[in-house]
Design a protein around this ligand. Structure first.
Ligand SMILES: NC(=O)c1ccc[n+]([C@@H]2O[C@H](COP(=O)([O-])OP(=O)(O)OC[C@H]3O[C@@H](n4cnc5c(N)ncnc54)[C@H](O)[C@@H]3O)[C@@H](O)[C@H]2O)c1
Ligand SMILES: O=C(O)C(=O)C[C@@H](O)[C@H](O)[C@H](O)COP(=O)(O)O
Ligand SMILES: [Zn+2]
Length: 365
């Protein structure tokens, strides 16, 4: 397969490489001064990780750390265990972390790298669609706390991201579909061609060329946004900057927390985007037509579009508390990323409780 390289033009630019059999790229990304590499991998992916481990063993002193499955690894305790292991092995600032797994692993592993000695080199090898198009790119790292999702973390950009599409062959269909939640999100916030491709394609599988194009397009959206506003301080000319990537996430994160993290992030994002579209329509800033395009497009790839389809039992009052710890909130004022049109993202500040509830009725199911 041909390689595609997308450069993230941030303060310390790095490449996102899309291709197959990319392990041999690691040495070039890690540089010559690295002696020790902590290889943080989703333990259930030990077999898929073997070629990467062999490559690392040829060049480095490797500390393998297998992590719990999925969201269970995104805790302060798991990160603390990793830091203890790095300490015992004498990791210095010239050593590095390599992650291998889905978004939960790149978030946790990225934060371990961000925290160790206040920041060491990290390279991500994402193994899910979601991690390739979103979590591994852009340097947001972190873990969950009792109050909610991703509440502790740091911005810590990788030295590179290696997206081996062949790894998607073992990804369960439900996880592949969930990853498309973030891809369709990118279609609405920035690249409507994504929506056209989704509307015109019947089934997206791991080996489909359309999937490869969607992955590439979504990475380009993310790379462009984080290059101009890494730390989410805001955009210019009314563009919300990095907060754009948070479309649908205010409700999504609250639903994830309420479910005890038993639902997939990408599924929750799909419902959250339908909610944000309805909220924007009720606030009078989005047309009926664009709002109505949301649910069918997410549903086209097999994503849920109501809370009922997500399998979560929650009323509005069960969720509003968690929505208030959303990072876009300021004091007691909620701020939502909404659209004024396709690819025209804006912030909606302080919608009324009546609007928040009315929009929820539409997605409740
Ligand atoms: N930092 C960011 O910018 C960012 C962006 C989006 C999402 N996220 C985070 O990413 C997480 C969701 O990531 P996810 O959807 O990748 O889920 P995940 O990391 O929980 O992975 C889902 C499951 O798939 C398994 N898996 C991964 N790759 C596989 C493969 N190739 N074959 C077979 N099984 C495989 C994992 O081990 C896990 O059990 C959430 O915690 C979310 O908050 C972060
Ligand atoms: O990269 C970003 O910025 C995003 O908002 C991308 C989201 O898809 C991702 O889920 C992110 O982790 C959410 O960020 P958070 O700051 O709300 O935790
Ligand atoms: Zn997300």
């Amino acid at each position: 397969m041909n390689e595609t390289v997308i450069r993230v033009e941030s303060a310390a630019p790095y490449d996102v490489v899309i291709g197959s059999g990319l392990a041999t790229r690691l040495q070039g990304l890690l540089g010559d001064s690295v002696q020790r590499v902590a290889f943080l991998y989703a333990a259930e992916l030990a077999e898929q990780a073997e070629p990467v481990v062999q490559e690392l063993l040829e060049h480095y002193d490797v500390l393998g750390l297998g992590l719990p499955s999925g969201e269970a690894q995104k805790t302060v305790a798991v990160a603390a265990d990793c830091w203890e292991a790095l300490g015992e092995r004498g990791f210095t600032r010239s050593d590095a972390v390599v992650t291998f797994g889905g978004g939960a692993t790149t978030d946790l592993g990225g934060w371990v790298a961000a925290g160790w000695l206040r920041g060491v080199c990290v390279v991500h090898i994402p193994t899910t669609v979601l991690a390739m198009v979103d979590a591994a790119v852009g340097g947001k790292t972190g873990v969950n706390t009792g109050a909610g999702k991703n509440l502790v973390g740091a911005f810590h950009e990788p030295a590179g991201v290696l997206c081996d599409l062949a790894l998607l062959e073992t990804l369960p269909e439900a996880d592949l579909v969930a990853g498309l939640g973030e891809v369709v999100k990118c279609g609405f916030i920035a690249d409507p061609e994504i929506l056209r491709l989704v509307d015109e394609t019947d089934k997206l599988t791991a080996d489909s060329p359309v999937l490869a194009e969607l992955v590439e397009r979504a990475i380009r959206v993310k790379a462009e946004v984080v290059a101009v506003d890494l730390k989410e301080t805001g955009g210019t000319d009314g563009h919300p900057g990095r907060e754009t990537l948070n479309y649908g996430h205010t409700l999504a994160h609250a639903l994830e927390r309420h479910s005890g993290y038993s639902i997939r992030h990408g599924d929750a994002v799909a419902v959250g985007c339908v909610y944000a579209a309805e909220l924007a329509r009720l606030a009078g800033v989005l047309s009926d037509e664009v709002a109505a395009r949301h649910a069918p497009t997410f549903a086209k790839v097999g994503l849920p579009t109501t809370v009922e389809e997500l399998g979560v039992e929650a009323g509005f009052d069960d969720l509003i508390g968690a929505m208030r710890v959303d990072k876009k909130a300021r004091g007691s004022v909620l701020r939502f990323l909404v659209l004024h049109d396709l690819a025209v993202p804006r912030i909606l500040t302080g919608p009324s409780e009546e609007q928040l509830r009315a929009a929820y009725e539409v997605v409740a199911g």
